[in-house]
Design a protein around this ligand. Structure first.
Ligand SMILES: [Zn+2]
Length: 138
């Protein structure tokens, strides 16, 4: 038999998707070298033709989860509160009642977030220009 000395599954020449360090994104790579046990050793990027050692992809690395979420709590006194709290779920109305963490719109103060429930009829809301106590359930 001719092929008794060849590795069981030669994957050389096959294409595989892998992150390319030069392109800085996933690219189709061509397999150019392989270990006798069948694992891929060297690949070449189909886009920029750079060689690299093939690393087995880890289970979902942290790429993509890095979102600028923690905004420094600098007390900017501008009226751009909307970008800090997101869109208000509803507009403030003293007849309604609110939950902690709810984002509300106020005709005078703009967008604010409910910090705490003071009592049955009062809530503490953080607006861009400070914390206000508003009425609820009136
Ligand atoms: Zn590349």
């Amino acid at each position: 038999m001719v092929d008794s000395s060849k590795p069981a599954h030669s994957r050389i020449g096959e294409e595989i998707e892998a992150p390319c360090g030069r392109c800085r994104m996933d690219r189709i790579h061509r397999i150019v070298a392989q270990d006798p046990d069948g694992s891929i050793k060297k690949i070449i990027c189909g886009m920029c033709n750079s060689y690299r050692s093939y690393r087995q992809p880890k289970a979902q690395s942290e790429t993509g989860t890095k979102v600028a979420k923690v905004r420094s709590s600098s007390s900017r006194s501008t009226t751009t509160a909307a970008e800090d709290f997101g869109l208000p779920s509803r507009n403030y109305n003293m007849r309604e009642n609110y939950d902690v963490g709810e984002v509300i719109g106020h005709s005078t103060f703009g967008v604010g977030k409910v910090l705490s429930i003071k009592d049955m009829n009062k809530i503490e809301v953080k607006f861009s220009d400070g914390i206000k106590v508003l009425l609820q359930n009136k």
